[in-house]
Design a protein around this ligand. Structure first.
Ligand code: HAM
Length: 416
């Protein structure tokens, strides 16, 4: 038997109701905050991702699904959504007529990571991106949108981690200090960190190897070295979040795994997920639009890992599948009449089902139970003769006789 690829999962019918709930709740919150949906392609030119995310990041170095197209150009399955959204915004001149844009998206992303619980090679994100607003109030709005979304899904024990990694100039200054701190000891760090020392020293703060974590405990904090402007921007965000009663912890090690960030970075984690604990993350990326040849445009956004959120969803928090009516038709006249009724009810907006294989009432009612039907309509030849069918409540087993001509109306009232 052929099986699915490692780290790539099917979403089974028992799981899709919870996904509908996550998606509908996300749409509702994005809409309330003034975001409109954009749908972007699943694959793009490789260069878009290598330029945006950064050549010295784990994603670009080792996690992208890259393949040559027939004309020789290099294509990549999108590992995240921000780069594609920026490309689309520029390509379609969405910032020409109005200078701010608030967009959201859903969809599968692809990263060749080592699969484990909460970490997949195809996973799904809900993301938002706000373009053209420098004011820290938009950072606050983005973070509060993410926070409110998770609260609405009834996720518990969440922590919001917050940091500012400053502007390019702030970081250059900080990196000098960080290197000064690390250099006496760098030969004892893991191989990855030794490589990062030259290529991307900030990422050393994100290393999970116990020695590297321990050895960077006393590292200088980037927040202490922010310029006045970056510091003030960060302080306004802290004050704004306090005003909105959104709790946070400042985490100066939060540097994020993508190179486009500047100033605000944030992540929301759950203690109930093991090592893959981040369910949503984002930050500012004030230079990315320009890097992709657009006008200087500040921007900020986040993406949520929906598989991780689905692992945390309390089951009772989403509505059960729509209740259905079962058409139990049998006999030479009853079966075709029930088939017609099935269509009438569906046209009237009722979820209606039958079992085309069952030929007697017992088998039909067994199927109705298996489908968890709320009601069954029993239509045999006798019912056709009398013009009166039986409506059976599958839970209480109570039965009522209803004139065939009144049936649709009666069902619609019951299902209102
Ligand atoms: P990211 O931190 O790479 O950021 O991913 C965002 C979220 O996607 C993570 O917090 C996690 O929940 C989920 N995720 C990432 N990798 C996997 C995986 N292999 N399996 C399951 N879930 C995963 C971004 O993608 C940025 N584009 C976010 C952003 C938008 N920043 C600004 N705007």
């Amino acid at each position: 038997m052929l099986r699915s690829i490692k780290g790539v999962k099917d979403l089974l019918p028992s799981q899709t109701p919870s996904w509908h709930h996550m998606e509908a709740t996300a749409r509702s919150w994005a809409g309330r905050y003034g975001f409109s949906e954009i749908r972007i392609p699943i694959f793009e030119l490789t260069e878009l991702f290598s330029r945006s995310i950064g050549g010295a990041t784990d994603i670009v170095e080792k996690e992208m699904y890259t393949f040559p197209d027939r004309d020789g150009s290099s294509l990549t399955l999108r590992p995240e959504g921000t780069a594609g959204v920026v490309r689309a915004v520029l390509e379609h001149r969405l910032l020409d007529s109005i200078t701010t844009r608030k967009l959201f998206y859903f969809g599968p992303m692809f990263r060749h990571e080592r699969p484990q619980a909460g970490r997949y090679r195809q996973f799904h994100q809900f993301g938002v991106e706000a373009f053209g607003i420098e004011d820290p109030n938009i950072d606050i709005e983005i973070i509060s949108l993410l926070w409110n979304y998770f609260l609405d899904l009834e996720l518990k024990d969440l922590t919001l981690h917050l940091n500012s990694i400053g502007t390019q100039q702030d970081r250059e200054r900080y990196i000098q200090e960080l290197k000064k701190f690390l250099s006496p000891n760098i030969s004892s760090f893991c191989g990855n960190c030794q490589r990062r020392f030259t290529a991307n020293p900030l990422r050393i703060l994100d290393c999970k190897v116990p020695f590297c974590v321990e050895a960077t405990h006393q590292a200088p904090s980037i927040i202490d070295l922010l310029s006045n402007d970056s510091g003030a921007h960060f302080q306004k965000i802290l004050t704004g979040l306090k005003d909105l009663n959104i709790p946070f912890t400042i985490n100066p090690r939060l540097v994020r795994g993508l190179d486009y960030y500047s100033r605000t970075t944030f992540e929301i984690t759950s203690p109930h997920l093991g090592s893959q604990s981040t369910i949503g993350a984002g930050g500012r990326y004030d230079s990315l639009v320009e890097l992709l040849q657009g006008p200087p445009t500040p921007a900020v956004g986040f993406a949520v890992g929906l598989e991780r959120v689905s692992l945390l969803l309390p089951e009772e928090s989403y509505p059960p599948a729509t209740p259905c009516v079962f058409l139990a038709g049998f006999g030479t006249q009853g079966k075709p009449e029930a088939f017609k009724l099935l269509h009438t009810l569906r046209k009237n907006g009722i979820t209606a089902e039958t079992d085309h294989r069952a030929t007697n009432l017992k088998a039909l009612l067994r199927s109705a139970d298996k489908l968890s039907a709320k009601y069954s309509i029993i239509v045999g030849d006798d019912e056709i003769q009398s013009g009166i069918v039986i409506l059976r409540n599958m839970e209480t087993k109570e039965q009522q006789s209803i004139p065939l001509k009144d049936l649709s109306e009666k069902i619609m009232i019951l299902f209102q």
